[in-house]
Design a binder for this molecule. Structure first.
Ligand code: MF3
Ligand code: CO
Ligand code: CO
Length: 254
């Protein structure tokens, strides 16, 4: 299977779904406070997505039962919403994927519960910069892996490690399509980017070691091996004739 080039009609469908995913995160923001349970946030996510005529892609995906992933502190990704209450000082990732009219949009971002430590804030800021740097590599004719090359250079410069066991991915007509988008990669390798490609960039950056371990009880929650903090931002990105459109960047943060 090759990397699909989306038609204008498909692009418009993915754009609408991506906008809804971003709006869902924006809506959820007001509920992220000390004492809220992550399972309550999941319900808020599900209700918002469904009330806009869409479904949460994670629900029932390979046995995942929830409408979003909520990954707190040392959880790298795929955090399963549960009875845990958020606490002041936590850093929280919420990852929402919508299916609207059959099209997928995928985005995640970090939130602070109360004031973070300088240590936590620096990690989150650097991770956001990593996504921005990845986006700068999105233009026709460039090698896909220059995204991961530049992301990893930036993370390493700050003394952080890059998760290699999870990648970005083609998205749009399915949840996970070709290609895999590595966040640590060799310069000038990989496929050539072309207008109409749509994929996610979703760097997971760790304060300590890169390796992760999966929770044996739920089979999903991916934690850092050393218990140190991890952060992630994700956008769904379209390659255009001149560069890129971050389809989930509805609020112009990037
Ligand atoms: N949204 C995640 C991603 O960015 C995937 C979550 S799959 C789940 O690829 F099953 F854990 F929800
Ligand atoms: Co994704
Ligand atoms: Co995602």
């Amino acid at each position: 299977m090759a990397i699909t080039i989306k038609t204008p009609e498909q692009i418009e469908g993915v754009r609408k779904s991506s906008h809804l995913a971003a709006e869902t995160l924006k809506y959820m923001e007001q509920f992220i406070k000390p004492g809220v349970k992550t399972i309550e946030l999941d319900k808020i996510c599900e209700d918002f997505v469904r009330s806009h005529g869409a479904t949460p892609a994670t629900k029932g995906y390979r046995g995942f039962k929830h409408s979003c992933c909520i990954s707190v502190n040392e959880v790298i990704c795929h955090g399963v919403p549960n009875e845990t209450e958020l606490q002041i000082g936590d850093i929280v990732n919420i990852d929402v994927t919508t299916i609207l009219n059959g099209y997928f949009g995928d985005t995640c971002k970090m939130y602070f519960v109360g004031e973070p430590s300088d240590y936590a804030r620096r990690l989150v800021d650097t991770t956001k910069e990593c996504l921005r740097i990845g986006l700068e590599q999105c233009f026709p004719g460039n090698h896909l892996n220059n995204i991961g090359y530049h992301i990893s250079e930036h993370a390493h410069k700050h003394g952080y490690s890059v998760v290699y066991e999870f990648c970005g991915h083609g998205v749009g007509l399915k949840f996970h399509e070709e290609p895999d988008v590595s966040h640590i990669a060799d310069k000038n390798t990989g496929p050539i980017l072309k207008p109409g490609m749509i994929f996610t960039i979703e760097p997971m950056i760790n304060a300590g070691k890169a390796r992760c371990k999966i929770d044996r009880k739920d089979g999903w929650t991916a934690r850092t091996i050393d218990g140190k903090l991890s952060a992630q931002f994700e956008h769904t990105v379209l390659i255009t004739e001149t560069g890129f459109e971050a389809l989930t960047d509805v609020y112009g943060e990037f």
